[in-house]
Design a protein around this ligand. Structure first.
Ligand code: GLC
Length: 720
């Protein structure tokens, strides 16, 4: 291969450049690509459809001097055509095995449509729900986030990249993207080395340990070095320390954006910095394509770097079997068999029903009894909207395939009483490509209809939510309250009927201050996907239980963020809210979340015994068994997530007041008890110590076991 041909493999463009069609997921910068350029590229992103992809591959390979097949990549984040709940919702199930199963389904559907690689799992740790991409994360806890990114990786590529139904997985975005200052999209990340290594890296490491085939650089800076030019991060940490030997790709146009960051003056500088950092593929910029050849010929960049990247890309194509079969699994027949089949829909319905989190349930408002149904007003824009998919779900035709709340309610009960109540967005506003064109008169009429219906019924369930485009990439929001039109609807309904529950659809924990006072019950439904309507009706009617637990705390106000349960004690810890006596925290708000990590109600209640240990002394090569007995003290069968947290009481550096180290989801019949036991071993206690060595330290530890991160059910052990 000539130098130019090798460089071509290092370039990725979206399908439009080859005459296909593809979702545009980034700014269309000044990418000046000639047909000669296109002839040599190595991969395509976001093209879709088996027949289209086959045609693109045929045409491309015929023109390529060595007939090297393209890689076809896409963001298959939470399903391909069968759309599952957003990853944040999946993590609220506390069942990584479900995410493994749904990732297999997504892989099967995507591969029969010709996709070879998915840009998932997104393993960014988050702590600020103002950031729009919390919807794509698995929450604020490194341990849980790591379990889910590992499960998704297995699901996508478990049985071998060349095997039918498999696609290569991608861990992203390295690193620390979710720590953007102020939750502002693409913002600097000013985090300590320990926060990076002890907390943020776990999600990526877990996926890499599962053999993830690719990784993606993040848009942000770390220690004021953009990731895409960060040699230390990409070569010393990712490749040398973490042992990643897959393909590393930049995010969209991120190579060229090194100029905007101010670390490169020219595209040539940008190309040099990125290739030296070990970035194998330049996504959607022409820096590599137009600058690398001259840099090599001028002796500025060693051709060996090009060869290494090119070889990694060719090896991946070989592992996927593309040299034998460039279409891999693309098959119209399989499309017709697998896409949105009943089995896939059933799984989507199951995952969604397990992802909902019940935050408040006064007077046991939920579940509704069968006799309630005809005397309950189901009101709100989310009764009718088909927009129940997360932002990374553009392949499926939701208008055709989604199960709305309306459809599910009408299936569940004849003569069900419905009213739209309001638009989703405030009049005259829009959310990216989503526009409603509601007039003031139409809105007034919707309010009137809703109030009339609420007056006539005993109960009201309001289905409200944020527009899905408000929780997405480039959708950071300083205010996370719902739109005024929806809050006004809630208040007008409340004026005539106070027997209200609110179901909230959102991609993030939203600001609930203007909802909670008006609702006896509040349930988070997130963005539940294709079977969202069926799932939410299954749960609010008690056909299925509610069992989700928060993986990102709900704060009293966005102004409290960033906030995590894994905080540090500080020199003046806050023991009670509104403590004006020289204590950590705010004087106008509590210093904790309104609803903390791990929190969620069930339709029954549970009692925990105190924590017992089979030994209070732990040695490096021993283990301790920590147990509690949990009893279902209610009248209904139900599930809860028993959570174990550990605190290192004294370290050579400060240690979090709690860290999740184990959990078990259990289901108990009424009055049934179960003893849950967690093994504690020394390796669970390791961290980056004062000298940056990784390991545990002798001394006292507290172990907590309860049903959310605020539990004080604890006992002490010592590592000797
Ligand atoms: C976007 C996202 C990234 C995605 C890529 C391709 O900018 O940051 O997560 O995989 O572009 O769509």
């Amino acid at each position: 291969m000539s130098l130019k041909e090798k460089i071509g493999q290092l370039c990725q463009l979206c399908g439009d450049f080859l005459g296909g069609n593809s979702e545009i997921t980034g700014p269309s910068g000044n990418v000046n690509i000639s047909s000669e350029d296109v002839r040599l590229i190595g991969s395509v992103l976001n093209a879709m459809g088996a027949e289209e992809i086959k045609a693109l591959q045929d045409k491309f390979m015929a023109n390529h001097p060595h007939h090297i097949p393209l890689l076809f990549m896409m963001d298959v984040i939470n399903g391909y055509e069968t759309i599952f709940p957003i990853p944040l919702a999946q993590s609220c199930t506390f069942e990584p095995s479900l995410s493994e199963k749904l990732s297999r389904v997504a892989s099967k559907e995507a591969s029969c449509e010709g996709i070879h690689v998915t840009f998932a799992p997104m393993a960014d740790l988050v702590q600020d729900s103002r950031w729009g991409r919390v919807m794509e994360s698995c929450g604020e806890d490194p341990y849980l986030s790591g379990l889910f990114s590992a499960a998704m990786t297995r699901g996508f590529q478990a049985v071998g990249l060349d095997k039918k139904g498999n696609i290569a997985a991608f861990v992203k975005h390295l690193a620390g993207y979710g720590m953007a200052e102020g939750g502002r999209e693409y913002e600097n990340c000013e985090i300590s080395m320990r926060k990076l290594l002890d907390d943020c890296m776990n999600g990526y490491t877990s996926s890499i340990n599962e053999g993830v085939a690719l990784a993606m650089t993040s848009f942000n800076t770390l220690d004021r070095i953009p990731s895409t030019a960060n040699k230390w991060l990409m070569r010393d940490i990712l490749r040398d320390k973490m042992g990643f030997d897959g393909v590393l790709i930049s995010d969209w146009q991120a190579v060229e954006e090194l100029i905007s960051h101010g670390v490169a003056e020219t595209k040539a500088d940008a190309a040099r910095l990125a290739i030296e950092a070990g970035v194998d593929i330049d996504m959607m910029s022409d820096c590599y394509l137009h600058e690398l050849e001259k840099l090599v010929n001028d002796g500025v960049v060693n051709e060996k770097l090009i060869d290494e990247s090119c070889m990694r890309i060719l090896k991946l194509k070989n592992k996927l079997g593309l040299f034998e079969n460039p279409y891999k699994d693309a098959s119209k027949e399989d499309e017709d068999t697998y896409i949105l089949c009943d089995e896939h829909r059933e799984l989507a319905r199951e995952v969604a029903s397990k992802s909902f989190v019940l935050l408040k349930n006064d007077d046991s408002f939920f579940p509704l009894k069968a006799s309630d149904m005809t005397n309950t007003a189901f009101i709100g824009p989310y009764v009718y909207t088909k927009r129940l998919y997360g932002a990374w779900s553009w392949v499926d035709d939701e208008d055709k395939n989604v199960i709305t709340v309306e459809k599910a309610l009408k299936e569940a009960c004849e003569n069900v009483k419905l009213a739209r109540g309001s638009s989703v967005l405030n009049i005259g506003t829009f959310a990216k490509d989503f526009v409603e064109k509601t007039t003031e008169n139409e809105l007034a009429d919707m309010y009137t209809q809703a109030v009339k219906l609420a007056k006539e019924c005993d109960k009201v369930v309001l289905f409200l939510g944020e527009e899905r485009n408000h929780s997405a990439e480039a959708s950071a929001r300083a205010e996370t309250r719902l739109q005024d039109v929806q809050l006004e609807l809630l208040k007008r309904v409340y004026d005539v009927n106070t027997n209200i529950a609110v179901v909230v659809f959102s991609g993030r924990p939203v600001d609930l201050r203007e909802i909670l006072p008006y609702a006896k019950a509040v349930m988070m439904a997130w963005m539940p996907g294709t079977e969202g309507g069926h799932a939410i009706v299954d749960v609010i009617t008690g056909k299925k239980e509610v069992s989700g637990r928060l993986t990102m705390g709900v704060t009293h106000t966005p102004a409290q963020m960033p906030l995590t349960y894994r905080h540090f004690n500080t020199g003046r810890p806050c023991f009670k809210d509104y403590d004006f006596n020289f204590r950590t925290g705010y004087n106008d708000y509590p210093n904790t979340a309104l609803y903390p990590f791990g929190y969620g109600l069930s339709y029954t209640t549970f009692e925990y015994s105190s924590v017992t240990l089979d030994s209070a002394i732990l040695h490096d090569n021993s283990c301790i068994n920590a147990s509690v007995t949990v009893t279902n003290t209610g009248e209904r069968k139900g599930s809860t997530v028993v959570q174990m947290y550990i605190r290192d009481m004294v370290g050579s550096v400060v240690r979090p007041v709690k860290e999740l180290k184990g959990f078990e989801k259990i289901t108990l019949e009424p009055k049934e008890s179960k003893t849950v036991t967690f093994k504690i071993t020394e390796d669970m206690l390791r961290f980056y110590r004062i000298d940056m060595s990784y390991g545990s330290e002798k001394g006292a530890f507290t172990v907590y076991i309860g049903d959310d991160s605020s539990t004080e059910n604890m006992t002490i052990f010592t590592l000797e």
